[in-house]
Design a protein around this ligand. Structure first.
Ligand code: MGP
Length: 216
């Protein structure tokens, strides 16, 4: 008998081989490649102003990302910052740190603040916010990355704001290195000024802006 000719046995072997090939295609499509872990896990928070509630009640934890793939899954699924209503914020903080002045890790810290002009919402806001997110998950501030807690984008009719929050407002050297790196990554014009304010000053301010502790 011809080995595996047009016989039942031959067909069975051929079918098995086809099944194996199909199975291996399915397995490769399912893709068991490991995801790429982030150095830190990061939590996305959302704030929507509702004047009948307290500030903290309006703040919601959305999701925590621990891998590059999770990050893009979240980023691609949510509205761009520029499409949010005025009065909304996104915050993106290391897991375990709440995006508020009161958190133990923020209490003595502050933020580099970028005030955007009203027309920057359509041109620069989304690019800048994404670049900041990439700086965070990519730990782009070198040894100073440990002092970076997160970032916030405030969507406001009077002009949007992006803040990069760090944990020690007195750590001038580290804050200045972070600020220089931030300006470079955002392609900020050398003459464009950014200011760093401590959260203590921001929380206690009486006018519309807190005083800058450092500028760049
Ligand atoms: P905001 O949302 O940071 O800026 O703060 P906005 O809306 O541009 O207002 P402006 O004052 O900077 O011009 C608005 C208000 O939200 C603050 O005055 C606080 O009442 C409250 N708020 C903001 N933050 C970040 C906090 C916080 O971390 N803790 C508490 N308790 N309240 C906060």
């Amino acid at each position: 008998m011809a080995a595996f000719g047009n016989t039942e046995e031959g067909n069975a072997v051929k079918n098995n081989a086809e099944d194996d090939a199909k199975a291996s295609q399915v397995v490769s499509k399912v893709d068991i490649k490991p995801k790429h872990p982030l150095h830190n896990s990061w939590t996305l928070w959302f704030f929507r102003i509702d004047k009948s509630k307290s500030w903290a009640e309006n703040l919601r934890k959305v999701i925590t990302c621990s891998t590059v793939e999770d990050f893009w899954g979240v980023y691609n699924h949510i509205l761009l910052a520029s499409k949010l209503q005025s009065g909304c914020d996104y915050s993106f903080f290391k897991e375990g740190i709440e995006p508020m002045w009161e958190d133990e890790k923020n209490r003595l810290g502050g933020r580099w603040l970028i005030n955007l002009s009203k027309n920057a919402r359509s041109s620069d806001l989304d690019k800048m916010w994404l670049e900041i997110l990439l700086c965070l998950i990519g730990e782009s501030f070198g040894d100073d990355s440990d002092t970076v807690n997160g970032a916030v984008v405030n969507i406001r009719n009077k002009g949007d704001k992006i803040g990069l929050w760090t944990c020690k407002a007195d750590d001038q050297d580290s804050i200045m290195r972070i600020g220089r790196q931030l300006k470079e990554r955002l392609g900020f014009p050398a003459k464009g000024m950014i200011g760093y304010q401590s959260h203590v000053d921001t929380a206690g301010k009486t006018g519309s802006t807190a005083k800058n502790k450092y500028t760049l």
